[in-house]
Structure formats: structure tokens, C-alpha cells
Design a protein around this ligand. Structure first.
Ligand code: NAP
Length: 255
């Protein structure tokens, strides 16, 4: 593909998690020709993903520690990526946290933290890399929303999570409008229930089975199902797709 002729780097946040969507996405983007910068809270996990990606796909990859809610840490990590790797051409705002706490029980602190990681985190990283993308006339920004934003919770995440993920849909759409003239696209993926560790064991098997029974394709999603769509949106050839939301939910929410 054309990244072969124009070496570019993709930044994937929250890609340290061993069984997570971010790590699978780093592999999918590397397979498509991107060099990779992994940002994660956990430095060792980020470096482990980077090593794995570099070995498997023969691209350059760098693992960096950064809390996406910390502007200085984000700036330092992106500066390090810019110094070591080809220009940043793609950003996947994947770092996120969820919580099933019911609205009547949620504390102000928990509400703020869910919004902070999912929304402010996506803002800080996008705000740091977008000027360079616009200047170079090429960028692919992908946001990790959720089916919870579209159907009003009902999967695992509560009101705070649904609000945060809905904010990202508006963020992507408005960004698409502003940066389209500069060659930068902004899109969202909205996964349904995907088999990762984000629920931290808090989703019991009985509830999971009931949810799968309600999915038309009758299975929980795999990380590759989501990574594939993200890699598709990040292709140079996908430049006429912007401001869209791709559902990856096995038909569990059709609208
Ligand atoms: P995951 O396995 O928990 O991965 C999330 C990653 O984000 C982890 O590596 C985590 O690091 C990192 N992270 C958390 N807070 C961070 C911060 N402040 N700064 C930097 N990194 C941070 O979750 P996942 O299921 O792959 O989810 C990936 C994205 O998809 C999330 O945005 C999630 O909301 C979204 N999503 C997931 C599903 C699903 O069913 N799994 C459905 C819809 C949407 P640590 O492990 O070190 O904490």
C-alpha cells in the first residue's frame, strides 16, 4: 500500500494491554505498513507491544509511558516519537476506562475520571499531533467510541461511560469538518461487547451469555474485528471517509 512509499507512524494509545483492542490495532496498522508508537500508562507493557510489533512486522516501533490525561507526559511522549520515528500519519485514541456504576451511586470523582481518560485523554493527544498532520496535509484520526453511546448503555458501562463515549462521536464529527480541508480525516468506531480485560472480571458469565444470545452473529467480538476496521479507516485510500461511525457489534445494535 502507499505507506510503503511514504513512511508514516501511527500512534496508538492504551496499546499495552495484552488482550486489548489497542495492541491488536498496533499489529493491524503495522501489517498495513505503518511504523508504530505505543503510548500506555504501563511503560513495560508499551515496550512489550512495540517489541512484538517490530519483530512480527519488520517495522520500527517505540513503546512510551504516558498517562493520556497528563498534558506534559503526552507532549514528552509524542516529542520522543517524533524524534525517533517517521512523521505521524495516524492516531488511534484507544486508551479508555469503563465502569458499571449506576447513576444514582456514581461519585463526582468517578464521573470525572471516566470523562477525563476517555475525553480529555483523546483531546490532549489529538491536540498534540493534529497540527503536524494538518501541516503535512495527511492524517487519519480514529476514536474508540462504544455501542453504549448509541443505545444508552445496556452493555457494561454506565451513564458516565456512555456520556464520555458519546462526547467522542461529536468530537470526531466536528474535527472531521474542521480538518478535512487539511487532508486529515476523523472517524469513530463503536464496538459492542469485545473480549478484553476492560471489565476487570466484573462482567459475570451469566450476563455475558445473555448478551451473546442477543447478538445476531451469536458471539462476543474479538479484538481483531475492531482492529481491522480501524486499519481500514487509517489507510491513505480511505480519505473520502470522514465524520463517520463504524459499528462493530455483530448486529447487536442496528440503526
Ligand atoms: P483494555 O484492555 O483495558 O485496554 C485499555 C488500555 O488503556 C490499557 O492498556 C490501559 O492501561 C490503557 N489506559 C487506561 N487509562 C490510561 C491512561 N490514562 N493513559 C494511558 N493509557 C491508559 O481495554 P479494551 O477493551 O481494549 O478497550 C480499548 C478501547 O475500546 C477503550 O477506549 C474502550 O472504552 C473501547 N471499547 C471497548 C469495548 C469492549 O467491549 N472491550 C467496547 C467498546 C469500546 P493499563 O492496563 O495499564 O491500565
Amino acid at each position: 500500500m502507499s505507506t510503503e512509499h511514504t513512511p508514516r507512524t501511527a500512534v496508538v494509545t492504551g496499546a499495552g494491554s495484552r488482550r486489548g483492542i489497542g495492541r491488536a490495532t498496533a499489529h493491524a496498522l503495522a501489517a498495513a505498513g505503518y511504523h508504530i508508537a505505543v503510548l500506555d500508562l504501563d511503560k513495560e507493557a508499551a515496550e512489550d507491544t512495540a517489541r512484538d510489533v517490530a519483530v512480527r512486522h519488520g517495522v520500527q516501533a517505540l513503546g512510551l509511558a504516558a498517562d493520556v490525561t497528563d498534558a506534559e507526559a503526552v507532549d514528552a511522549a509524542i516529542t520522543a516519537a517524533e524524534a525517533a520515528l517517521p512523521p505521524i500519519g495516524a492516531l488511534v485514541n484507544n486508551a479508555g476506562i469503563t465502569s458499571p456504576t449506576r447513576f444514582l451511586d456514581v461519585t463526582h470523582e468517578e464521573w470525572d475520571r471516566i470523562l477525563e481518560v476517555n475525553v480529555r485523554g483523546s483531546f490532549l493527544v489529538t491536540h498534540r499531533v493534529a497540527p503536524g498532520m494538518a501541516e503535512r496535509g495527511f492524517g487519519r484520526v480514529v476514536f474508540l467510541s462504544s455501542v453504549s453511546a448509541e443505545r444508552g448503555g445496556g452493555v457494561f458501562g454506565g451513564v458516565a461511560y456512555s456520556a464520555a463515549k458519546a462526547a467522542l462521536l461529536g468530537f470526531a464529527r466536528a474535527l472531521a469538518r474542521e480538518l478535512g480541508p487539511s487532508g486529515v480525516t476523523a472517524n469513530s468506531v463503536a464496538p459492542g461487547l469485545i473480549d478484553t480485560d476492560i471489565t476487570q472480571g466484573k462482567l459475570d458469565e451469566q450476563r455475558k451469555a445473555a448478551m451473546v444470545a442477543d447478538v445476531p452473529v451469536r458471539r462476543i467480538g474479538g479484538v481483531e474485528d475492531v482492529a481491522d476496521v480501524i486499519a481500514f479507516l487509517a489507510r491513505p485510500e480511505s480519505g473520502y471517509l470522514t465524520g463517520v461511525t463504524y459499528d462493530v457489534n455483530g448486529g447487536s445494535h442496528i440503526h
